[in-house]
Design a protein around this ligand. Structure first.
Ligand code: MN
Length: 248
């Protein structure tokens, strides 16, 4: 298989190195990733300045842009092959619930899906540096094989979260729904050395509603979570409600 690997933690992050290493045992791998950490940039695309790609090794490129830029440059310019799949990760830290909308990791997989290339994002559920990237990479390789064989449903990509556990301790993968975060007290409001206020959006603790069948419910019990996402954000159920509004 031919794989394009990207991430939002940057090309030097441990997760992307291990992921690329594992996939090199299964086929041809290209890495196109941001040259520094670009977590939480969402689906941002750089339009107002040129991008540079530094080739570090054959088929390994560091781009001074976002994960979405990397997928675009990779597929349209840098790669010598068209990938069968785009894999984004392994992110240091979970991408659960509402956080997927901020995630550069998830957005890279979304971008590939827009281009019609099967894709998934994979994240290690950890609040520190993370220990078990190898276990997550092994599962990613297994999943990629299944996706190549089965194909993905139309307009669908997968958001995979793997608990930070050795392979033998990981519980069975569950197909899950996107969960919900609890938002509380996340803005740090302080005064800088020159007497001016500053605000810092605080670190996101694992604070989710424990909804049955959700991504959070799965990983908090030690299961691998696989959430199928699609690009159409329309809330079809609410269309009938809005159609009753007097908009004329
Ligand atoms: Mn990240």
């Amino acid at each position: 298989m031919k794989i394009l690997v990207t991430n939002d933690d940057g090309i030097h992050a441990p997760g992307i190195k291990i992921l690329a290493e594992v996939f090199r045992q299964h086929g041809e791998v290209a890495v196109v990733a941001p040259d520094r950490e670009r977590s939480a940039v969402g689906h941002a695309l750089t339009l107002h300045h040129p991008l540079r790609a530094a080739q570090l090794r054959p088929n390994v490129f560091a781009v001074d842009g976002t994960p979405t830029d990397c997928v675009n440059l990779g597929i349209h310019s840098l790669l010598s092959f068209k990938p069968d799949m785009v894999i984004s990760g392994i992110n240091r830290g979970s991408n659960l619930g509402d956080d997927v909308t901020y995630s550069g990791t998830v957005s890279a997989a979304m971008e590939a899906t827009l281009m019609g290339i099967p894709a998934f994002a994979v994240s290690l559920v950890t609040t520190d540096e993370g220990k078990n990237y190898a276990a997550a990479a092994a599962f990613a390789a297994k999943l990629a094989g299944i996706i190549l064989r089965e194909g993905l449903p139309v307009d669908t990509f997968l958001n995979v979260n793997v608990p930070d556990l050795p392979t033998a301790s990981l519980l069975s993968p569950l197909i899950t729904s996107q969960g919900k975060r609890r938002y509380d007290g996340v803005i740090i409001d302080k005064v800088d050395p020159r007497g001016r206020n500053y605000y810092w959006i605080g670190s996101a603790d694992m604070n989710f509603l424990d909804t049955e069948g959700s991504d959070y419910a799965a990983v908090s019990r030690g299961h691998i979570s696989i959430t199928p996402l699609h690009l159409d954000l329309t809330n079809y159920n609410s269309m009938a409600v809005l159609n009753d509004w007097d908009l004329s």
